[in-house]
Design a protein. Structure first.
Length: 271
């Protein structure tokens, strides 16, 4: 009977060791969660684009246009968020804080590639970058106003971030450039299960859907056409292949404990 007990005890220990060995072999080091692992602090990243590609305005874009001049009435009209009188609506300081307000108060590019500005008229902006659009509006507004400045932003520049990030969701960008790393930062970073070597960027274009695969552990990802994001891109961070093992670790531990207890109980009852 003693030999039987020793055999059961040995089997339980061996089973526990094998399962724990498999679990710890699947654990990840900090390197697996480090971006650009092949870049050191003194390295100069040559060969990568210094100027990212700029979005060119399409007939589906919605633009924020701000014109500031010496004419107070025009300032109130074009800058309702800062107008003392409310400009184009009440609660003007909140009008751009949600998607509905952006579309109501933004300037939609029509099918002819133009936007219609109050008192200034139509301005053709199709195919322009945002800076080129500012220049075109400035030239047209200069016919009516003095001492002016123009700012244009894209209101529909949204990026969807999915997969192994802390806070998946849709994020808006109001700068000239937005990268995959910016998108991950907006989503509060990656989870412990993220596979940085397999990041996908999905993009819709006039030629159909495009997919870019990025390995964010290497500096070559900075040169990928998918690194600098375009409006409506989807960024998907795939999970590491050991995710299921790590998630099921508590179940394995409970199974081992229960099995060991039952085997010990059985050995005692058969004595």
């Amino acid at each position: 009977m003693k030999n039987k007990f020793n055999a059961i005890n040995t089997a339980v220990k061996l089973l526990s060791f094998l399962i724990l060995l498999g679990f710890f072999s699947s654990c990840r080091s900090h390197k697996d969660l480090t971006m650009l692992r092949d870049v050191n602090s003194q390295q100069n990243l040559k060969g990568f684009p210094d100027v990212p590609p700029q979005h060119r305005i399409t007939d589906t874009d919605n633009l924020y246009v701000s014109i500031v001049s010496s004419n107070k009435e025009m300032n109130d009209l074009y800058n309702p968020a800062f107008s003392e009188t409310g400009g184009r609506g009440s609660n003007s300081s909140l009008i751009y804080n949600d998607v509905a307000g952006q579309y109501i108060y933004g300037y939609q590019v029509d099918s002819q590639g133009e936007i219609s500005l109050p008192l200034i008229g139509k301005v053709r902006v199709l195919g322009m970058t945002l800076r080129e659009c500012e220049e075109a509006i400035y030239k047209k507004a200069k016919e009516y106003l003095k001492e002016l400045s123009v700012k244009v932003r894209l209101l529909n520049y949204k990026i969807t971030v999915m997969g192994e990030v802390t806070k998946p969701g849709v994020y808006y960008n109001y700068n000239y450039d937005f990268t995959v790393m910016d998108a991950i930062s907006s989503a509060n970073g990656i989870t412990n299960f993220a596979n940085l070597e397999n990041v996908l960027v999905l993009r819709q274009s006039a030629d159909g859907s495009q997919t870019f695969k990025l390995d964010l552990s290497k500096k070559e990802s900075l040169a990928s056409p998918g690194y600098h994001l375009q409006p409506n891109d989807i960024v998907f961070i795939k999970p590491a292949r050991y995710k299921n093992v790590q998630l099921r670790a508590p179940v394995y531990t409970l199974f081992i404990s229960t099995s060991a207890a039952l085997l010990l109980l059985a050995s005692i009852l058969t004595q």
